[in-house]
Ligand binder design. Structure first.
Ligand code: SF4
Length: 401
């Protein structure tokens, strides 16, 4: 299968290896385990903040720095805008800078490349900043799943009495899967607009194939659209036919891909019970990527932007336990000293790949740009980008998007 993403500065130097150590070797077909050419500053360098400021000032309006809310404090301070993946996708298109430095993960940089002009280059400061959820769905697996659906009379619904399946793909997915989604008549969604997107999908067909986050798909279908758990089946790409009996697959309203977020998936109902006992009067607010049982136990559910807005609007003295990525929860606690803000799970749980973008890598990327070199440029091939953009544009055209 050809790679959809070309890493321009590693293409020639790479050698395939079965086991790649993060940050030490190169693989042209993957964002994983890739080297940064040149010298990445030492994390102990006391001049790092000053070096970042200096490089940022020299680059001026030629560079636009996007920062996802889950980024480290040391990095997000240099972001021109902050946001979740949906907001950053819009911000990437709105700014005309020739270079975007994306402080986030690989699929976000791919999306920025797809949505911006061909002359815009998108730089990811560390190519090892991937997403474990996105990695749980490969394009060959998705194509096989589509064949499984067609084999039971679903999919494109071409046969007489066939069931029309509409793919609905979370932003947290590869460009290749976004492209498949566009070709197959589907759309992209984020946690901010999953409900509207699923309603739209049911206007186009009778069945939704939701990829790759089973939890967001289930929570949206059951909590937002009022479907039952029995209306949903979980398709596991590791098993023939997804491990679902053909009649169940055909009858399902929502086919959930068996993927999850390795951060949000750690929250359990017991954590909700525990924090209620530890912090009397606490309100539990969780991201919809958490398990359905956790959503049922929580008081509120909301996307990353909704979590931030809820805390902004909350009265002084209120108490909150937040079930999302720890960098963001720590920042919310700092920004709201008049409120009690605690992490839902007492154990520390950062997103390891988001944290790959640290200040040394940001300084390295900015200084490379100052030197006239564009490092780690993320480029999606034209055919993949064309259909992925169709799927993204369907999302951007949703009412209220
Ligand atoms: S928090 Fe989860 S979904 Fe987001 S980038 Fe990390 S692994 Fe992926």
């Amino acid at each position: 299968m050809p790679s959809t993403t070309q890493v321009t500065n590693l293409r020639d130097a790479a050698t395939a290896t079965p086991l790649l150590l993060l940050g030490q070797q190169a693989d042209p077909d993957s964002e994983r385990g890739t080297i940064c050419p040149g010298t990445v500053p030492d994390p102990s360098d006391p001049a790092l903040v000053e070096r970042a400021r200096t490089a940022r000032a020299i680059l001026g309006d030629d560079v636009f720095v996007l920062g996802h809310h889950y980024q480290r404090d040391e990095v997000i301070q240099f972001a021109d805008v902050r946001g979740d993946s949906f907001k950053l996708a819009r911000d990437a298109t709105a700014n005309g800078a020739p270079t975007i430095v994306f402080c986030g993960v690989h699929f976000m940089a791919e999306t920025a490349d797809i949505l911006t002009a061909p002359t815009t280059q998108v730089v990811l400061p560390d190519l090892a900043a991937g997403c474990s959820m996105a990695d749980m769905a490969e394009i060959s697996q998705v194509e096989a799943a589509w064949e499984d659906l067609r084999a039971v009379g679903c999919g494109d619904g071409a046969e007489a009495g066939g069931v029309r399946t509409v793919p609905l793909t979370y932003m947290n997915s590869s460009a290749a899967i976004k492209s498949f989604t566009g070709r197959a008549g589907g759309a992209i969604c984020t946690s901010s607009n999953a409900r509207r997107a699923m309603e739209w999908a049911f206007e186009q067909g009778e069945q939704v194939l939701f990829m790759p986050d089973q939890h967001l798909g289930r929570n949206t279908a059951v909590r937002e659209l009022g479907l039952s758990l029995g209306d949903c089946v979980t398709y596991d790409p590791a098993f023939p036919g997804g491990g679902v009996a053909p009649d169940r697959l055909r009858a399902a309203k929502v086919v959930l891909w068996r993927g999850h977020c390795s951060v949000h998936g750690t929250f359990m109902p017991a954590h909700v019970d525990d924090v209620r006992a530890r912090v009397p009067g606490v309100q539990v607010l969780v991201h919809p990527e958490v398990r359905h049982e956790v959503v049922l136990a929580a008081d509120h559910v909301g996307s990353t932007e909704a979590i931030i807005a809820t805390l902004d609007a909350a009265p002084a003295g209120s108490k909150w336990a937040i079930g999302t990525e720890l960098n963001l929860v720590g920042r919310l606690a700092q920004q709201h000293p008049d409120k009690t803000v605690v992490f839902l799970n007492e154990k520390v749980c950062f997103c390891a790949t988001m944290n790959r973008i640290d200040l040394p890598h940001l300084v390295w990327a900015l200084e490379e740009l100052v030197a006239g070199r564009a490092p780690n440029v993320i480029r999606v091939d034209d055919d993949t980008a064309l259909w992925a953009k169709v799927a993204l544009d369907r999302m951007l055209a949703l009412p209220g998007a």
